[in-house]
Every structure is written in structure tokens, then in C-alpha cells.
Design a protein around this ligand. Structure first.
Ligand SMILES: O=C(O)C1=C[C@@H](OP(=O)(O)O)[C@@H](O)[C@H](O)C1
Ligand SMILES: C=C(OP(=O)(O)O)C(=O)O
Length: 449
């Protein structure tokens, strides 16, 4: 897949119920981190169930360019031979992260904490995304920004010191990417690096750092204990280890909502990671009256996973509190689709971070709803969707702005609207869910070119 290739429009049409079983691909957050911690470890890291989406493949290529041995052994099975903290080499070429915010920002944390120089770049979407949120703390840790595009964006060139300076940093936004970049830079700092977040965000970096042998202390922080104080002891010896990647709840969200809105559907989604910092969508849908059963709960790769049995449900509008946003940040586009089929008003509060994703998702969702005859409004940082409990009209074409989640959300919508829904470009779906089309088709979904 290339971001220079011609757009690939796709259309979803209403049809028969969705039935059967589906296993979503490996979690994107954990897949990026497996590559990065593999690079920073000594010895071999063996990964099972890696997401082989474009975003993660870019991180794998960057790990290789920084000195790791990276080899694909079979489907989802990879081995990374690490160089250890301090053992990175200057990459010969620009690190092109394509569409990937996570890969680029976490790797900036790695480079910013080590004596290497690397240039980061990406596609038009990544070039529009703010990087000061990463560069600011890294500069405090001693990194130098040798060049950057206007407004602190990629392409940018970064160089770290021989040793990073340990800092205490309060993140200015609820962002696991900012937290992770600081912790990864802190791996090469003599002393303790502390990150304080006002609201807990996904904790995969902390969990995986421990798995690889680092000492990480996590304490509740702030009013109600909703925040976290995370302290990392610098310059540990990371040891390569085995990583089993559970299925991505953010990808599971698409077949899940599809099964809820397509009449007569009954689907099982297998092996979905149930980390509570990722399950805000399920909590919300249950409040809306969704029939989602968690079956066969078990432990896989240090996370609880479950199979989800999902049946078509009559949904009712709800208020989604802003403090839930970090646990479902990538799921709002598809929640807006579910809300279009619910009876009454769904208000999603506090969505400012959606404006700095692969696209301005607040604007892109609103435009997609408008194109498909769904009543809605954007009030400040809140999105309000009004449904009447029947099928939304559909019939529109949605501009996806190089955003995989916008593409998948509106294709899900088109499986249940009165008229088909078209998205202008489905190419970016390959960044996070390369098997989306065949998987949805296997359930009976009518999606195609
Ligand atoms: O750390 C991660 O793996 C991610 C963090 C989130 O971004 P922010 O940190 O910008 O909220 C999320 O949107 C992204 O898809 C993955
Ligand atoms: C925001 C996302 O990813 P990233 O920031 O890694 O581009 C996403 O996958 O929805």
C-alpha cells in the first residue's frame, strides 16, 4: 500500500443478517511496542499475532534501520534481535512512518533518548499532526530538534544525548503516545523518569516495559484517583522476551457495531483484549442496550481476552462522559454510527483530541453523518447524534481524509442504512485492519469496490 496510489472507493450495501465468527487482527498498540522494545532489548523477542498492518510494518522497518534484526517467520510470527539501550545506529535513510502517529511518536521517544540522529517523515495525514507534544518533553530530556516542518511537524530530525536527562513530566493531554515517548526516552536516563497523567490512558507501555525487565511503579494520582503517576527506573537491562498479541478491541469495534445494527445478526468476535483502559466502547454500548455477551474469558499474553457474542439490538441514546474518552478514543467514529440507529439523543462529550488524529475526526464524522441524512450537531468539543431507532437513510459518499477509522465506520453504517454508503478511499484500512474486507464479507457483509 502506498499513500501515493489512486483512491480506492468502496461501497457497503444493506443485505442479509451478519452471522458467523471473526478474529480481528492483533492489537496495534501492542504490536508497535513489541517491535520497539524488541529493538531496545538484548537477545531475541519472538512475537505471535503481530498486526501486519502498514502502520506496524513501518515501525518494524524503522527498528531495522536503527540496528535491530527483524525477521518474519510466518503469518503474524516475527523475531526481533535487539541492540540494547544505547546500542542504536544512525539510520541510513529517512524513517518513513506512513500514516502512523503511534509508531512515529514512540520512536521519537526512543531516538530522543539516545545518541543517534534520525529524520522522521510520513504521509500527508502524518505531516499535518502535532509533534510539539512529543518534542517539548524530549527537549527537556536533552534531545535536539535539528530541523522540523512548520508548527513542529514532520519531516523533522532529532538527536539525543549520550544519556537522557531524567524528568518529571505532566502530560498536557490525555495521550498514551506522549506518556510512552517520555518513558521510552527515560530508558536511557540515569535515575527516575516520572510521567503524571490527569486521566489514565492505555497502559501497554508500562505493562510491556515490566515484561521486558524494567522497573515501573504506577500509583493513582489526582482527584478520584483517575490519573496516574508512572515512575521508571532508568538504564535497565531489557531482555528479549515472547509477546503474544491479543486481538485489537479498536478493530473489533467495527464488526461489533455492524452486528448490533444489521437486523437479525448474531456474530462471535474472538479473542478480544478486555484491558479496561480500552473497553469504553463496550461499556457505552451496553448502556445503550446492546446485547454483548463476554464468553470464554481467559488470559493471553498478560491481558484478559474474551469472545464477544453480539446480537442485533434496539439501542437507546446515552450521554458519554468526557472521562471515558481515553478508554475509547479511537472508537467515537463507529459509536456515532451506532448512535445513528439508536432511539433518541447520544451526546459524546469532550472530544477535542479527535481533532488531531489521522484526520479531524470530529469534522469528518459530522460530514459523513450529514452526507447520509443523520441529524447531528457539533457543540464545542461535543458531538450530538439524534436517531429515531430505525435505519438511517444512507445514500451518501463520505470523504475519508486518509483516515482508516472514518472509512471503516461509514462502511459499517452502509450495511444497515436504507441506501448504500460509499467511502471515497478505502486504501488506509490496511494501516490497522488489512483483513477488514474479507472478514466482513465472510460474515455476509456486502462491501466491495
Ligand atoms: O499509544 C497508542 O498506542 C495509541 C494512543 C492513542 O493516541 P493518543 O496518545 O494521541 O491519544 C490512540 O489514538 C492511538 O490509536 C494508539
Ligand atoms: C489514532 C490512531 O492511530 P495513530 O495515532 O497511531 O495514527 C488510530 O489508529 O485510530
Amino acid at each position: 500500500m502506498s499513500h501515493d496510489s489512486p483512491p480506492q472507493p468502496l461501497t457497503a450495501a444493506p443485505g442479509t443478517p451478519l452471522t458467523g465468527r471473526l478474529r480481528p487482527p492483533g492489537d496495534k498498540s501492542i504490536s508497535h511496542r513489541a517491535m520497539i522494545l524488541g529493538l531496545l532489548s538484548q537477545g531475541e523477542t519472538r512475537v505471535e499475532g503481530l498486526l501486519e498492518g502498514d502502520d506496524v510494518l513501518r515501525t518494524a522497518a524503522a527498528a531495522k534501520a536503527l540496528g535491530a534484526g527483524v525477521e518474519r517467520l510466518g503469518e503474524g510470527r516475527w523475531v526481533v534481535r535487539g541492540v540494547g539501550i544505547g546500542g542504536l545506529t544512525d539510520p541510513a535513510e529517512v524513517l518513513d512512518f506512513g500514516n502512523a502517529g503511534t509508531g512515529s511518536r514512540l520512536m521519537m521517544g526512543v531516538v530522543g533518548g539516545q545518541p543517534v540522529t534520525a529524520t522522521f517523515d510520513g504521509d500527508a495525514s502524518l505531516r499535518s499532526r502535532p509533534m510539539r507534544r512529543i518534542l517539548d518533553p524530549l527537549t527537556r530530556m536533552g534531545a535536539q530538534v535539528l530541523s522540523e516542518a512548520e508548527g513542529g511537524r514532520v519531516p523533522l530530525t532529532l538527536r539525543g544525548l549520550n544519556e537522557a536527562i531524567p524528568i518529571t513530566y505532566e502530560t498536557p493531554a490525555a495521550s498514551a503516545q506522549i506518556k510512552s515517548a517520555v518513558l521510552l526516552a527515560g530508558l536511557n536516563a540515569p535515575g527516575t523518569t516520572t510521567v503524571i497523567e490527569a486521566a489514565a490512558t492505555r497502559d501497554h507501555t508500562e505493562r510491556m516495559l515490566r515484561l521486558f525487565g524494567a522497573e515501573v511503579r504506577v500509583e493513582p494520582h489526582g482527584p478520584g484517583g483517575h490519573g496516574r503517576k508512572i515512575s521508571l527506573t532508568g538504564q535497565p537491562k531489557l531482555r528479549g522476551t515472547d509477546v503474544i498479541v491479543p486481538a485489537d478491541p479498536s478493530s473489533a469495534a467495527f464488526p461489533l457495531v455492524a452486528a448490533l445494527i444489521v437486523p437479525g445478526s448474531d456474530v462471535v468476535i474472538e479473542g478480544v483484549m478486555m484491558n479496561p483502559l480500552r473497553t469504553g466502547l463496550i461499556t457505552t454500548l451496553l448502556e445503550m442496550g446492546a446485547q454483548i455477551e463476554r464468553v470464554a474469558e481467559r488470559e493471553e499474553g498478560g491481558e484478559t481476552v474474551a469472545d464477544l457474542r453480539v446480537r442485533m439490538s434496539r439501542l437507546t441514546g446515552v450521554d458519554v462522559p468526557p472521562e471515558r474518552a481515553p478508554a475509547m478514543i479511537d472508537e467515537y467514529p463507529v459509536l456515532a454510527v451506532a448512535a445513528s440507529f439508536a432511539a433518541g439523543r447520544t451526546r459524546m462529550n469532550g472530544l477535542h483530541e479527535l481533532r488531531v488524529k489521522e484526520s479531524d475526526r470530529l469534522a469528518a464524522v459530522a460530514a459523513g453523518l450529514a452526507a447520509n441524512g443523520v441529524r447531528h450537531s457539533v457543540e464545542g468539543d461535543d458531538l450530538v447524534v439524534e436517531g429515531d431507532g430505525t435505519a438511517a437513510p444512507g445514500g451518501g459518499t463520505v470523504a475519508t481524509h486518509l483516515d482508516h477509522r472514518i472509512a471503516m465506520a461509514f462502511l459499517v453504517m452502509g450495511l444497515a442504512t436504507k441506501a448504500p454508503v460509499t467511502v471515497d478511499d478505502g486504501a488506509m484500512i490496511a494501516t490497522s485492519f488489512p483483513s477488514f474486507l474479507p472478514s466482513m464479507q465472510a460474515l455476509g457483509g456486502r462491501i466491495g469496490a
